[in-house]
Design a protein around this ligand. Structure first.
Ligand code: PLP
Length: 452
């Protein structure tokens, strides 16, 4: 244990020096040993053979996806999750689920959600989106006199309408049996990723009262754009739909007076997705799902067995969540919120957004790069001026990765190959932006070799 502690402490103190991205070559896997090698020898093997090939994605200059790192309070408490190894489902014999409930209450306060929202922890925003869609499907079924959770959805022709839905929404529709092709893509506003609410209304009107699910996007991954949640919420007075809001990282806008307006109207949501392992900076895997339809959630997820509690009476999580046995994944979030408070996490969000602005301003003034969208919050969407095809862009990004100072991921924005730099790590500061600017100055894309 002391050696693992030593190795972990060593890693954490050197985190800043680690290459954020790594090129992973062919992997020589070890055979299953017939006789155990022992924990010490296996640790040595791990530190020598595996650890050098791991990336520094939890460090301050990993700008790929929207990852976040893990605050010290959350890392150390994640050890306690495994040490106590609670099955955070039943309330009868452990306080673990009560701490989960309290953590969900903390989040309702943090995000300004009405107190009547129910919530739980799931593995990630993908799973949270799936829970929201499953609840929405149950609701749409009920509106049409069907009992989907018991009878199945064969008779239901369900549509999901959205502007710029995250890829995980399609994935969730696939594994829920709703079908990816049943996502109806609604036009976005000009030069935006936010849905055109007038087009959404036209679509809803065309359904003549048939209920659907609308996925509203609060923070798109390319440009951190937000649908007008208030305007979409208002449409509920006229048209029957379930409003699911994917606010995986964008929900954190609510922490800052500078960005809070993006979340205006969130209280109209029927279900909400927010990730913890992204902008809260806790270890994987942790996200929250919220809904104001607790009864529907019980209907969809209840798990009856002779040896379990009565679903109608019990608050036990296995009647509400996709899992039965479940990790006590609320604990690191509880610790980081207790340790740093609302102010501490507001400071991370605002510092990350200031860093994004700093990089965005530099790019906007640069002769070599082009800013593709205004920096609304924590994401800078840009492209090198001299690279137009995808292969050259990827080759250039591979050179940046191999240089080892910063890491970006590519995207396609409005049909053009682009780069997105997402700021969501608790350690990132103006100093890291300066290093990023140095890299962009030194590794100009027109020097990129044509093949990877
Ligand atoms: C990251 C993200 C997801 C998927 O989240 P996971 O936690 O990786 O499952 C869904 N929606 C949005 C907007 C995201 O940014």
């Amino acid at each position: 244990m002391a050696r693992v502690h030593q190795a972990a402490a060593h890693h954490l103190t050197r985190q800043e020096l680690q290459a954020p991205g790594k090129r992973v070559g062919p992997w020589q896997a070890a055979d299953l040993p017939a006789q155990g090698r022992g924990a010490h020898e296996t640790l040595r093997y791990f530190l020598e053979q595996v650890a050098p090939h791991l990336n520094g994605s939890a460090g301050p200059r990993y700008f790929g996806f929207v990852t976040g790192g893990a605050t010290p309070a959350s890392v150390v408490r994640d050890w306690l999750v495994s040490t106590f190894d609670q099955n955070a489902c039943g309330h009868n014999d452990s306080a673990a689920p009560l701490i989960e409930q309290q953590t969900i209450d903390f989040f309702k306060q943090l995000f300004g959600l009405p107190s009547d929202f129910f919530g739980s922890f799931v593995t990630g925003a993908t799973q949270s989106n799936a829970v929201g869609l499953a609840l929405g499907r149950e609701w749409v079924g009920e509106q049409q006199g069907m009992d989907i959770s018991n009878e199945g959805s064969q008779r239901l022709a369900l549509r999901v309408a959205s502007g710029t839905a995250h890829s995980s929404v399609y994935k969730a529709m696939s594994f829920l049996g709703m079908g990816r092709h049943h996502l109806i893509s609604i036009d976005t506003l000009p030069h935006r990723e936010a849905v055109d609410v007038a087009r959404l209304e036209t679509y809803l009107q065309s359904l003549n009262g048939t209920p659907v699910i609308v996925v509203a996007n609060a923070g798109t991954v390319n440009t951190a754009d937000f649908d007008d949640l208030e305007a979409i919420g208002q449409l509920k007075q006229t048209y029957p739909f379930w409003m699911h809001v994917d606010a995986a990282f964008g929900g954190f806008a609510a922490l800052s007076p500078d960005f809070r307006h993006w979340m205006k109207g969130i209280e109209h949501a029927d279900s909400i997705t927010i990730d913890a392992h992204k902008w809260l900076n806790v270890p994987y895997d942790a996200a929250m799902q919220f809904t104001r339809h607790r009864g529907l959630q019980l209907k969809v997820f209840q798990n009856s067995a002779a040896y379990l509690s009565d679903p109608e009476q019990s608050p036990d999580y296995f009647h509400y969540t996709p899992e039965n046995s479940r990790r006590w994944r609320a604990l690191p979030s509880w610790f980081t919120l207790m340790a740093y408070g609302q102010e501490g996490h507001r400071e991370i969000v605002e510092r990350n957004c200031a860093c994004a602005r700093q990089l965005g301003d530099w790019i906007a003034a640069s002769a070599d790069y082009q800013l593709l969208a205004p920096v609304r919050m924590n994401i800078v969407c840009f492209a090198p001026r001299h690279v137009s095809d995808r292969a050259a862009l990827h080759a250039w990004l591979a050179r940046i990765r191999d240089d080892g100072r910063v890491f970006f991921t590519p995207t396609i924005y409005k049909g053009f190959p682009a780069v997105r730099a997402a700021f969501s790590n608790w350690q990132t500061s103006a100093h890291d932006v300066q290093i990023t600017i140095d890299v962009l100055n030194q590794l100009l894309p027109h020097n990129a070799s044509p093949t990877v």
